[in-house]
Design a protein around this ligand. Structure first.
Ligand code: NAP
Length: 243
């Protein structure tokens, strides 16, 4: 199956990490679908992509953060594209530093878990069945090192949400050891940002995009955590489809 016959749904594709992945996938010739809760974010994505092959980009407004919302988005997407062969899941947010846990409310913890963990579950529940039995397909989780340690004081809830996302990905790998699709996680142990905002400790979202697009294209590994701790790791993944 050539790249142009594969339809990659990038969950969170209008975000910082997702937009780099969408660009790289389009440049490799894939059809790419993005669902966002806000039409304005999809317009911004199209402006960012100008020059890339936007005729292969399918966008729709929807909310995959609830079971009903994810099912509705799935129905609308399948009507437009026919089938989905691959999914990249990078839902969540870039940063949270609301302060120490004693100063937090339960409502805030719900919000953080909704964004980082529960939307990952509701989206996965709707879309994993579309790709899991396809030996030519894939499901890739994007996670971060924030789930393994406190990045700095006041970021505790980020650690809780990110740890949930890490555990979710592990659970799926272990509960579904034999699925024919390639089931992987790219764990990025660095900040990810746009080229204009690059600073020490951060990597370019375009480099992350190239790494993920290569993982999806080459399909060399499955049930693997690819842990990227440097730009060189991302480069290796972009070149070889594994680290
Ligand atoms: N940024 C980093 O430094 C970094 C580093 C390592 C790993 N990561 C991983 O990448 C993920 C995304 O980071 P990012 O920087 O790209 O964040 P971002 O720019 O805030 O984008 C996050 C995306 O998630 C979507 N989303 C969040 N909650 C949702 C919900 N309830 N329903 C539907 N969509 C929802 C948003 O969709 P809408 O378009 O609908 O708003 C948005 O497109 C993180 O959660 C983390 O797992 C990030």
């Amino acid at each position: 199956m050539s790249a142009s016959d594969r339809v990659v749904l990038v969950l969170g594709g209008a975000g910082t990490v997702g937009s780099g992945i969408v660009k790289a996938l389009l440049e490799k010739g894939f059809q790419v679908a993005v669902i966002s809760r806000e039409g304005g974010r999809l317009e911004k994505l199209k402006q960012f992509l100008s020059g890339s092959a936007c005729d292969r980009l399918h966008t729709l407004v929807g909310n995959v953060g609830s079971e009903d919302g994810a099912e509705a988005a799935k129905g609308a997407l399948l009507k437009e594209v026919g089938e989905v062969t691959d999914v990249v899941s990078c839902l969540g947010f870039s940063w949270w530093q609301g302060g120490p846990p004693l100063a937090q409310s339960l409502a805030e913890l719900h919000r953080v878990l909704d964004t980082l963990l529960l939307s990952t579950f509701t989206a996965w529940k709707a879309f994993f069945p579309l790709v899991k039995d396809n030996p030519g397909g894939s499901y890739t989780f994007i996670t971060g090192g924030a789930g393994e340690r406190l990045l700095m004081p006041g970021t505790g809830f980020l650690t809780l949400g990110a740890a949930g996302a890490l555990a979710f990905s592990l659970m799926v790998r272990e509960e579904y050891p034999d699925v024919p699709c390639k089931l992987n996680e790219l764990k990025i142990n660095m900040g990810v940002t746009t080229p204009e905002r690059l600073a020490p400790g951060y990597v370019n979202h375009l480099d992350v995009g190239e790494a993920v697009a290569s993982l999806v294209e080459k399909r060399i590994v499955s049930h693997t955590v690819l842990s990227a701790s440097s730009p060189a790791d991302l480069k290796a993944l972009a070149l070889e489809g594994k680290i």
